[in-house]
Design a protein around this ligand. Structure first.
Ligand code: SF4
Length: 313
């Protein structure tokens, strides 16, 4: 906790001094370790079974151009809307996104008037200026911490085929799979407009299985987490079956993003979810009192959360 205060400059007196001392010692320790490490003969890099190539040494990692001023690739926000509408109403083929570069323009990232801004000009829609950072030094610091690109994505041609927006590097992340747009609550606002769009969208189990099969088909996949979401995923007809399938094909962590009601109502459901392979839940919380949660329209929602935790424990 103290290091967080230290970073924000909120620490006082002794705790700030000890934070600095710990930070300095860690820095020295790391430098000593690096010096010893560099003096030893280099061992052969290992290839983990979840990766398609050997682990990269730090000097093998590449980086995109960083710092400012610099030129980068960007999009015209108006062209993007037009293309999206065209794809939806089928006047523009979807493949254009894979095989062409609709709306793409060059942009300049520059420091101006104490801010970092991105400037770009679309030949059709004119000039756009977006503020990227109100603290150039902070952005510089964040960019300086970039430790280099990770593994190249491999064996992924059925998944990452999105044209310019393809994922090219990394080692897995969180895959959110929405199982339904229905919910047993009616929050306003709701991030998904659950229950509010006039139709129900629920992938079949076969649809979900196809998503999971594609996601497991490429490397690297070490940290890939499946987050079943919605709406409320626990009321989707194939929730338990989908959890079990994700587990069966070898996913690392399987979670549900939930309001907790189903888990609070039924301890047997908690047991069934665990049995199916659910590792944990990502529980919606607005605060640790009924007062902080009451705007969601359920009088005892905080008690519901506590009951859900108790049943899941
Ligand atoms: S619990 Fe979540 S999904 Fe359900 S209505 Fe509220 S915000 Fe939407």
């Amino acid at each position: 906790m103290f290091s967080d205060n230290f970073r924000r400059g909120e620490g006082k007196g002794n705790s700030k001094k000890s934070s600095k001392a710990v930070s300095k010692m860690a820095d020295l320790g790391w430098k000593a370790f690096q010096a010893v490490n560099k003096s030893l003969p280099e061992s052969e890099a290992i290839t983990p079974k979840w990766a398609a190539e050997p682990l990269l040494k730090s000097y093998e990692r590449t980086a995109p151009p960083l710092g400012f001023p610099r030129e980068t690739d960007s999009l015209c926000p108006t062209c993007v809307k037009q293309v999206r509408e065209g794809v939806i109403n089928k006047s523009i083929p979807l493949e254009i996104l894979m095989n062409s570069h609709p709306g793409e323009i060059k942009a300049q990232i520059v420091e101006e008037n104490g801010q970092v801004v991105m400037k770009k000009t679309c030949p059709t829609h004119g000039e756009f200026v977006d503020v990227m950072a109100t603290d150039p030094k902070f952005l510089e610091r964040i960019e300086s911490l970039f430790y280099g690109r990770d593994f190249k994505a491999a064996e992924d041609k059925h998944v990452h085929h999105h044209g310019t927006s393809d994922i090219k590097f990394g080692r897995g992340a969180v895959l959110t799979v929405d199982l339904t747009n229905r919910c047993n609550m009616m929050c306003n606002p709701c991030f998904m407009d659950a229950n509010q769009v006039g139709y129900v969208h629920e992938p079949t189990f076969e649809d979900t299985r196809a998503i999971l099969d594609r996601a497991i088909s490429f490397k690297p996949r070490r940290q890939i987490i499946i987050l079943f979401s919605g709406g409320e995923p626990t009321i989707a007809p194939h929730f338990l079956e989908s959890v079990a399938y994700a587990k069966k094909i070898g996913f690392y962590r399987i979670l549900a993003a939930t309001n907790g009601i189903r888990y609070a109502e039924d301890i047997e459901f908690c047991k069934a979810a665990k049995e199916a392979g659910q590792h944990g839940v990502y529980l919606q919380f607005d605060g640790v009192s009924e007062q902080k949660n009451k705007h969601r329209g359920v009088g005892n929602l905080f008690d519901v959360k506590l009951k859900a935790i108790e049943n899941l424990a």
